[in-house]
Write a protein of this length. Structure first.
Lengths: 240, 402
């Protein structure tokens, strides 16, 4: 009975904490495929990002040389991510255009994407990049279901094709929808890595740390039991 | 042979201190898992001090560079991410422990005579900890930091007469900027922190004067053996030192699991809006406090009038100070007070519900919940003097049950 009560209290507390951790997400339409986040996906995403996004967006906090920890070589990083643009290998990722140019073209500088995944959520960005539709009333010709009147054009048009607000296909994408989803998921994987580059080290190290701490706890438990033997026999004595 | 120990003890009361506080300090033998919380809080405070010190080595308290310097710690400083996650998640875990610790005190009547002062010192620590957490919250200068700083200093602003001067003093000017960060850092790391540390020291001294309560709410000092030691007491060392070491092991395992696998706890321990830089031009749709302050924020919002809301919140924060005198029952522990036990359970559920609703955007559909929560919270303290007088109690045994 006592044990039951203890568990009931713990259950209530756990439920409370779990309730706190469930946050309403933006109306998620597509969900990211399970297991989309791994080193090969991040590397593929970094290359796609360099080609399609880095003209406008910086990733200030992430230095190019950091990508070497994913297993990329310096030559590979320079060729596929820095695009032989003369950027500095030791510096954060900078956009090709200047702030003034950006203001002139879009009315606002494209935001830095270093922490965007943690700010908006990976799921949101995954959907945002696939929610562009054709809207001739916009200066860029593009609008977005999740971000109405967005200043960013649909840079992924070759893959997504051109679709109207109602979903009518004006021009089909050059890749299958499945391939499109995969490429966007890779870009999101890269942005997730960029928002927290310690992630793979953490996952790997965590196992060892937890193992050591659990071993420590077991030894401590055994020690406690040894010491407390005489407390329990003492109380038996008192009762007699 | 005169040993170094003798030499030392002639000049410093090390042996006496050990005796008085460890080997001949007697604690009840029937502690349950809630009694780990005190030693774990001590551990966590020390960890906060160490990780905070390391963070300070790289932090720049200017409105220009604060955000970037914190990101530099996360991205470029070796093991910086570990240090920062420990410090940030440490805060939330300290509040988890504090709520268990306070809840334990309420469950077993640990606030009752002769522990009234111990309770008051403890609750003062809790209030100081809320201040310490707020000061730290502003430092990384994410957008949430900025707006949280604005909201709290504007609450200070509405204090009658001295408010405007006080809020200017807190901000170091008209707005939140470098001057604010500089003084918040000085407070967070030096003055406020050491007042907190001193309060914790006094808390332990007061505890050792009266001795621990226990889940049965029985004074072990009332039943002493022939040797003058409490029959139900055991020396703190070695029994509770080994037990607490086991508690530390389990606790650090939980802590490490969070740091390594869920350091933001899905945006609860490290909120989403802390990941964009402070920007006075981009106001946040809803500035909600961290989960551990949210219950009080929910009560603030429960009243449409700002001033009345602030008063309600202040009352809610202050009420627990009076607990030792509001409770009139002859019995301490809720184990032998069925009605009081239900009240505590309702209170716990209410508190976590308020924490949840305080995190939600300010929508009319939550008003009812906020008001009901505030009413139950305040009602608990107002009804306790009446209910505790007539509530039936069960027979309290003479000796602790194990
Ligand atoms: C032609 C320049 C340009 C390119 C290329 C570009 N963007 Fe953008 N992006 C912008 C602008 C401008 C904004 C600001 C939109 C606004 O606030 O209206 C933006 C905003 C965003 C946002 C923030 C959306 C929000 O809800 O706040 C994300 C995420 C984003 N871009 C991702 C990407 C990704 C990923 C790529 C590469 C596939 C990319 N962008 C390529 C110009 C660009
Ligand atoms: C960082 C903050 C705190 C630290 C480090 C701390 C430390 C401790 C320690 C080491 C103990 C003895 C071990 C135990 O009983 O768990 C204790 C007991 C106690 N504390 Fe705290 N405490 C803190 C905050 C508080 C707060 C906020 C309150 C109350 C509002 C409080 C009230 C008490 C009471 C009443 C006891 C005696 C409990 C009993 O004997 O049943 N403490 N504290």
């Amino acid at each position: 009975m006592k044990i039951m009560r203890k568990y009931a209290i713990v259950a209530v507390l756990v439920a409370g904490v779990a309730g706190l951790s469930v946050r309403a997400n933006a109306d998620t339409l597509l969900s990211l495929p399970a297991g989309y986040f791994n080193k090969p996906a991040v590397i593929a995403g970094a290359k796609l990002f360099a080609r399609h996004c880095s003209a406008c967006h910086s990733v200030q906090s992430l230095r190019f040389n950091r990508l070497a920890s994913l297993g990329m070589t310096k030559a590979e990083i320079q060729k596929d991510v820095m695009l032989e643009s003369g950027a500095n290998y030791l510096q954060g990722m900078q956009p090709a255009m200047t702030l003034a140019q950006a203001k002139g073209w879009f009315g606002m500088p494209p935001p830095d994407l270093s922490h965007m995944v943690r700010n908006l959520g990976a799921g949101f960005i995954y959907n945002y990049l696939q929610s562009f539709y054709w809207d001739p009333s916009r200066p860029s010709g593009w609008n977005n279901h999740l971000f109405p009147k967005v200043a960013m054009p649909n840079v992924l048009q070759p893959w997504s094709g051109i679709v109207t607000k109602q979903g009518k296909v004006i021009e089909p994408g050059r890749v299958t929808p499945a391939a499109f989803h995969k490429k966007v998921a890779d870009i999101v994987a890269f942005l997730r890595y960029a928002s927290d580059p310690s992630v793979f080290t953490r996952y790997k190290l965590g196992g060892y740390v937890l193992g050591a701490l659990i071993a420590f706890s077991l030894i401590a438990y055994w020690l406690k039991k040894e010491y407390w033997k005489d407390v329990h026999s003492d109380s038996a004595k008192h009762k007699k | 042979m005169a040993t170094f120990g003798d030499w030392l003890n002639k000049r410093f009361p090390l042996r006496e201190l050990m005796r008085e506080h460890l080997t001949e300090y007697f604690a009840p033998k029937n502690f349950n898992f809630l009694y780990y919380t005190g030693s774990l809080l001590l551990l966590m405070i020390v960890l906060q001090f160490v990780t905070g010190f390391l963070l300070m080595a790289h932090y720049v308290p200017t409105s220009q560079d604060a955000f970037a310097s914190v990101q530099g710690i996360m991205y470029d400083v070796r093991w910086g991410w570990l240090i920062r996650y420990m410090h940030v998640d440490g805060v939330s875990l300290i509040f988890v422990l504090l709520y268990l610790h306070i809840g334990r005190g309420m469950l077993y009547g640990s606030y009752r005579k002769p522990r009234e002062l111990l309770w008051i010192i403890g609750y003062t620590i809790y209030i100081l900890m809320m201040g310490e957490a707020f000061l730290g919250y502003v430092l990384p200068f994410g957008n949430l930091s900025y707006w949280a700083g604005m909201v709290i200093t504007s609450i200070i602003h509405s204090v009658p007469f001295v408010g405007p001067a006080l809020s200017t003093l807190a901000r170091g000017g008209a707005g939140i900027g470098t001057a604010t960060l500089e003084r918040f850092l000085a407070l967070h790391a030096v003055l406020w922190f050491w007042i907190l540390a001193a309060a914790i020291f006094i808390h332990i001294l007061a505890l050792h004067q009266v001795g621990s309560n226990n889940p049965d709410g029985i004074e072990i000092k009332d039943t002493k053996g022939a040797d003058g030691h409490p029959l139900d007491g055991i020396p703190f060392h070695p029994y509770y030192t080994v037990k607490d070491i086991f508690g530390v092991g389990v606790w650090l395992t939980i802590f490490a699991a969070i740091i390594f696998y869920a350091p933001t706890m899905h945006g609860v321990f490290l909120e989403r809006t802390t990941f964009s830089p402070a920007n006075p031009m981009v106001s946040l749709p809803d500035v909600t406090p961290p989960w551990y302050l949210a219950p009080f924020y929910a009560m603030l919002r429960a009243v449409p009038n700002k001033m009345a809301g602030i008063v309600l919140m202040a009352v809610a924060v202050v009420l627990p100070f009076f607990l030792p005198w509001l409770d009139r029952s002859p019995v301490k522990s809720s184990r032998y007070r069925p009605v009081y036990r239900i009240m505590i359970l309702v209170m716990a559920v209410t508190f976590f519900t308020l924490a949840w609703v305080g995190e939600q955007p300010p929508l009319p559909k939550y008003f009812l919940l906020e008001r009901a929560g505030a009413a139950i919270y305040v009602g608990f303290y107002l009804l306790l003097p009446i209910i505790s007088r007539w509530e039936p109690t069960r027979k309290v045994p003479d000796r602790v049950t194990s």
